[in-house]
Design a protein. Structure first.
Length: 330
């Protein structure tokens, strides 16, 4: 896991490249989330700039335009470039090619810059050849067109977001929030990402592999959700929790509980538990001086070997490396 954090005196530069038909919510969420990421003494960790292929008025998909003061030159100094979707179809969405002004703008991006897309912004990354042979996602409604235009991309149409290191993609607008929080978490750790999520009143962490679109049937009057079991589990992560334990909290059979859990959360109870344990371990590594073996116990992994394996799988680092990266960065 590469720590992309810059010093507090030099915030990480984020450039948002907008096109005609941009959705104001997607543009706004990038600004809102990154600009809310601050150190403990209030210093901003990111500087966000909106740019276009040419400065001036840019149409949105609403009944008002936006005025963009920066042209493509802003991309040349960016550490991260974010490309939102547009509802104004152009050659990128129709035949998979880049209009020349857009191609010229992307050519200004420095090698090694992190590039992310929201929703159908993934079409731009694919047309630029940045996703060839890589995992990617986009809005589920556009998945068939994307697969037809870009057969060399490993499309995963059911996930919230993908992270291929220097190139990231997300599904619809809400998944863009998850992706931005994921980037903040990767740069500065769980504590700062959770504080940003709290400031805008959104869930602090949804794994990228979670389903982006869950069809949940209207529950029957006598049915209950699995929310109480999830709340109970979060208070008891240090224990060895079984599926029977969780189902018992809702007085359900394990089969019924598993089905309803997946309907509501989008993943299995076991997958969800691992996600929560990893998140708990991250918080303990960042916020406490507990030895790694105690962190493993408190997070419910039982031993250091199990913690190391799960953290390596989820984040690509060891517990010690994670702590050394994020302790004291805020």
């Amino acid at each position: 896991m590469k720590n992309r954090a810059r010093t507090t005196a030099e915030p990480h530069r984020v450039a948002v490249l907008v096109r005609d038909g941009v959705m104001p919510m997607e543009l706004g969420l990038v600004h809102q989330l990154f600009r809310n990421a601050c150190t403990s003494d209030g210093a901003p960790l990111y500087e966000v700039t909106t740019c276009a292929c040419a400065p001036g008025e840019v149409r949105t998909d609403a009944d008002f335009p936006i005025v963009v003061g920066h042209g493509p030159e802003a991309l040349a100094s960016a550490d991260t470039v974010v490309i939102p979707a547009t509802h104004a179809l152009d050659a990128t969405e129709i035949d998979g090619t880049l209009p020349q002004p857009l191609a010229d703008a992307l050519a200004r991006i420095r090698p090694g810059t992190r590039i992310a897309s929201i929703c159908t912004g993934a079409f731009v990354l694919a047309a630029a050849g940045l996703l060839d042979g890589r995992r990617a996602t986009t809005h589920w409604k556009s998945a068939a067109d994307f697969r037809r235009l870009f057969p060399t991309v490993r499309l995963e149409p059911d996930v919230l977001y993908t992270d291929e290191g220097d190139v990231l993609t997300s599904a619809g607008e809400a998944a863009g929030i998850d992706l931005c929080l994921h980037m903040i978490r990767s740069d500065h750790g769980a504590a700062i990402a959770n504080e940003v999520a709290r400031s805008v009143v959104v869930p602090p962490h949804r794994e990228g592999g979670q389903a982006q679109f869950i069809r949940t049937p209207v529950p029957e009057p006598e049915s209950s959700s699995t929310a109480c079991a999830r709340t109970w589990a979060l208070k008891n992560l240090h224990r060895q929790l079984s599926l029977r334990d969780l189902a018992g909290q809702e007085s359900m059979s394990t089969r019924t509980f598993t089905r309803r859990f997946r309907d509501e959360v989008g993943i299995s109870p076991g997958q969800w538990l691992i996600q929560q344990r990893v998140e708990r371990a991250r918080q303990l590594l960042e916020d406490t001086d507990l030895p790694v073996d105690r962190v493993a116990e408190e997070a419910g992994f039982g031993n250091t070997v199990s913690l190391r394996q799960h953290l390596q799988t989820a984040l690509g680092v060891t517990p010690t490396a994670y702590r050394s990266t994020f302790r004291g960065t805020s």
